[in-house]
Design a binder for this molecule. Structure first.
Ligand SMILES: Nc1ncnc2c1ncn2[C@@H]1O[C@H](COP(=O)(O)OP(=O)(O)O)[C@@H](O)[C@H]1O
Ligand SMILES: [Mg+2]
Length: 259
């Protein structure tokens, strides 16, 4: 069965979308069948993979969550053969309100994904910078969470609230949920505080911190405006090798777990 990984951190601008797009693309290039789901109303993953959220086909995550269409009706083929996408749209904001009174409202996405889960090796969900009902749906649908961490002074403080939310989901509706790992993003070796934060993170979370560190790279931030993952935009860039290494670590971890 496909492994569902949510990319989450309620802080904005820490590299969730960049990690979702480039981890998904790297896994696809490593010959895994991958689905990326944009679960942020800002739809940055959607536009970053060259789909205009304004082309409102009425087939986005919003319509899936409110039960208007099936997950398979929203699938888009991206430029990479092994990578499909379910896009987002600004109207996803409304789903949170519409679902509020529903029974079992935390597991809507989990149920919606069940029919297509087996078609993929990995399903990567790009979460929004909130811990609201949509993100809880993502954590309920997920097998594990990857937490991007920008190495700045207050990074660790911000993690407590996220970990508390993960625990709540684990203690309630999704006891199987695990933390896949913390990944340091936008790292600059010349900045002293960056190395200090990495050390603190490793002291605190030990093996849960990925060995791979994503370096700061202008090319990584340019790629989305060309509608491409870094591997199709600048294959020689550090960002390409960093995210391929992250994908290999994810594959290693998961092959061990499967015996
Ligand atoms: N490794 C990196 N090097 C340089 N810029 C990056 C890197 N990772 C992300 N960015 C840029 O930082 C900003 C925030 O990243 P993003 O992935 O959108 O974060 P989030 O989804 O958590 O809000 C974006 O402009 C993105 O292009
Ligand atoms: Mg984002």
């Amino acid at each position: 069965m496909g492994k569902v990984i949510a990319i989450a951190n309620q802080k904005g601008g820490v590299g969730k979308t960049t990690t979702a797009i480039n981890l998904a693309a790297s896994l696809a290039v490593l010959e895994k069948k991958v689905l990326i789901i944009d679960a942020d109303p800002q739809a940055n993953t959607t536009s970053g993979l060259n789909f205009s959220p304004e082309d409102d086909r009425g087939r986005t995550l919003y319509e899936i969550l409110i039960g208007k269409i099936q997950a398979e009706d929203a699938l888009i083929q991206t430029e990479l053969q092994n990578l499909h996408m379910i896009p987002s749209h600004i109207n996803l904001v409304g789903a949170e309100i519409e679902m509020l009174e529903w029974e079992n409202r935390e597991s809507v996405l989990r149920r919606a994904l069940a029919p297509i889960r087996d078609n993929y090796d990995f399903i990567i969900i790009d979460c929004s910078p909130s811990l609201g009902l949509i993100t809880v749906n993502c954590l309920t649908a997920a097998d594990s969470v990857i937490i991007p961490v920008q190495p700045e002074f207050f990074a660790l403080e911000g993690l407590a609230k996220l970990i508390q939310t993960i625990r709540l989901v684990q203690n309630g509706i999704n006891p199987e949920l695990t933390i896949e790992g913390f990944v340091v993003t936008m790292f600059d070796g010349r900045t002293k505080v960056h190395s200090q934060v990495v050390m603190q993170l490793r002291e605190h979370f030990k093996d849960l911190v990925f060995n791979t560190i994503i370096q700061r790279s202008i090319r990584l931030s340019e790629a989305p405006s060309h509608g491409k993952p870094i591997i199709l935009y600048d294959v020689m860039n550090n960002g390409t090798s960093n995210y391929l290494n992250l994908a290999k670590e994810v594959l290693d971890k998961n092959s061990q777990n499967n015996g």
